[in-house]
Design a binder for this molecule. Structure first.
Ligand code: NAD
Ligand code: ZN
Length: 237
């Protein structure tokens, strides 16, 4: 298949499902966990993003999230985020499922976005369920405006359940998609990775963009072994 064929397949598709991971935000300056910048004060991200770490030291975990919140507020969506927002405009049935918690897809103009792992620009009250959007210089921990209990980051930690609604939306979208795009995810965290397999089994044309091989590569019809910005430019021409 030539690049022109791949572009035409994407252009003609009326149903597109996209799964993104931390790799799509790398070019904006948001580090991935598994990359070389995944360390903070000698902690591995995987050891901080857990319910246990939060129980043992909520202050430490909040400081890490505040650092990441400040970082995200200081960066911009990149050309790959913008390309996906543009692709959505020309497509009848477009669903974007992201594992990212940085909110950059929405800031790039994507509308139909489902966040599998929550959003680090928000806090959630475990006592009453209230969710708030964080402002610059928020106190640690932010108090719940409804019941004053300390709030936690509104993200899904390792070992926690995904929001059912977001995952179901992903399963539906990947089941009915003509084209499935999998961008910048290592696909080692289930069940997000299963979305790629669902699309392949349902007969979608699966395109993967990732500089490294992943467990989903074997299900892809086309793999662009490159960064997300270059890959999206190649797809959209
Ligand atoms: P991940 O498992 O999605 O792995 C990152 C993937 O991106 C790797 O496969 C890597 O090869 C690929 N990649 C690296 N640079 C790339 C580029 N320029 N273009 C395209 N692909 C590239 O993510 P992770 O970092 O291991 O994080 C695990 C979880 O932690 C995420 O699912 C998310 O919930 C959270 N997280 C979110 C962000 C964010 O919101 N930006 C960043 C880090 C971690
Ligand atoms: Zn509350």
């Amino acid at each position: 298949m030539t690049t022109a064929d791949i572009r035409r397949t994407l252009k003609d598709a009326t149903r597109i499902a996209v799964l993104t991971g931390a790799g799509i935000s790398a070019a904006s300056g948001v580090p991935t966990f598994r990359g070389d910048d995944g360390l903070w004060r000698n902690f591995r991200a995987q050891d901080l993003a857990t319910p246990d770490a939060y129980r043992q030291n909520p202050q430490l975990v909040w400081e890490w999230y505040q650092m990441r919140f400040n970082a995200v507020m200081n960066v911009q969506p990149n050309a790959a985020h913008l390309a996906l927002a543009n692709l959505e405009k020309g497509c009848e049935d477009f669903t974007l499922i992201t594992q990212n918690v940085d909110g950059l897809h929405q800031r790039a103009g994507s509308d139909n976005v489902f966040e599998l792992h929550g959003n680090l620009t928000q806090a959630r009250c475990e006592a009453c369920g209230e969710v708030v959007v964080l402002e610059a210089h928020f106190p640690l921990p932010p108090p719940c405006p409804a019941c004053r209990a300390p709030m936690r980051p509104n993200v899904v930690w390792f070992g926690e359940m995904l929001p059912e609604h977001a995952f179901e939306a992903g399963v539906d979208a990947f089941n009915r998609a003509e084209v499935a795009l999998i961008i910048g995810t290592s696909a080692v965290v289930e069940p997000a990775a299963s979305l790629g397999r669902i699309a392949a089994q349902a007969g979608a044309f699966v395109i993967e963009i990732n500089p490294d091989r992943t467990p989903l590569t074997m299900f892809a019809d086309v793999t662009l072994r490159m960064d997300a910005v270059t890959g999206m430019a190649q797809l959209l021409g």
